[in-house]
Design a binder for this molecule. Structure first.
Ligand SMILES: Nc1ncnc2c1ncn2[C@@H]1O[C@H](COP(=O)(O)OP(=O)(O)OP(=O)(O)O)[C@@H](O)[C@H]1O
Ligand SMILES: [Mg+2]
Length: 231
């Protein structure tokens, strides 16, 4: 059996430094295998974004262990975590998070540069893959919401990361556009063998994921079907 691409053991996060208050993560465990396409459902405040930030090494746990491709994030140190993030992880957010003063092309190219790749043709190819050929020189505010999200997908995919973390990737889109985005994102991840975790409130996402997880009060559990998610 191959090593899981993400392994989480007894993970705790308490934002209050004095340990007061309710922890955002409460000793959760999780294993994700290479190439899995996963939906993580959970109410607002259940801890989904907290979990993503910890997996990405943007924040550190209060207790517990996270391994990404077999590497213990704590042992990597700050610079090791930054390298891992730039080389191995892609992010997609609800509000796209494109840099407004950079063109579509430049937004993609920056992600490549941070991963030590400088081939402009890779950026053009990534934009073509999401159907945005010809819009390379536009600025983000000259695109529709769905188009901006496609730029965000291209930016995540361009460096061929092993993992993409998508936090409410369709939260800001209408149903039809949301479906198109999920179709595109999951198809590309499947094609490239990219592991995809989508944190979401939206039942739409269920149809595109092979595995359904639920986060309740800082603990992740396995869900067997989509039905329970539709509330
Ligand atoms: N930087 C922070 N400082 C203090 N508390 C925080 C911080 N970020 C999140 N929290 C708290 O941690 C808990 C989990 O928040 P988190 O953002 O992970 O939830 P979520 O599942 O992503 O919610 P949503 O669906 O609304 O995005 C919440 O109680 C929240 O108030
Ligand atoms: Mg969140």
């Amino acid at each position: 059996m191959a090593e899981p691409v993400i392994r989480i053991m007894d993970l705790w996060k308490n934002y209050a430094e004095d340990g007061a208050g309710v922890p955002a993560l409460r000793g959760t465990n999780l294993e994700i295998k290479k190439g899995e396409i996963v939906a993580l459902f959970g109410k607002s405040g259940s801890g989904k974004s907290t979990l993503f930030n910890l997996i990405a090494g943007l924040d550190r746990p209060t207790k517990g262990r996270i391994e990404v491709e077999g590497q213990d994030l704590e042992a990597l140190g700050e610079s090791g975590r930054t390298m891992l993030r730039r080389l191995k992880l892609g992010f997609i957010f609800q509000f796209f998070n494109l840099l407004p003063t950079l063109t579509v092309f430049e937004n993609i190219f920056l992600s490549l540069e941070l991963a030590h790749r400088t081939e402009p043709e890779l950026a053009f190819k990534a934009l073509k893959e999401v159907g945005l050929e010809g819009k390379e020189q536009r600025f983000p505010n000259e695109l529709s919401g769905g188009e901006q999200q496609r730029v965000a997908i291209a930016r995540a995919l361009v460096k061929r990361p092993s993992i993409i973390l998508a936090d409410e990737p369709t939260g800001n889109l209408d149903t039809i556009t949301g479906n198109q985005i999920l179709e595109l994102l999951t198809r590309r991840c499947h094609e490239f063998g990219t592991t995809l975790i989508m944190a979401t409130h939206s039942p739409l996402t269920c149809n595109y994921a092979k595995r359904i997880l639920r986060m309740v009060d800082g603990i992740v559990t396995e869900e067997t079907s989509c039905e329970e998610t539709a509330h």
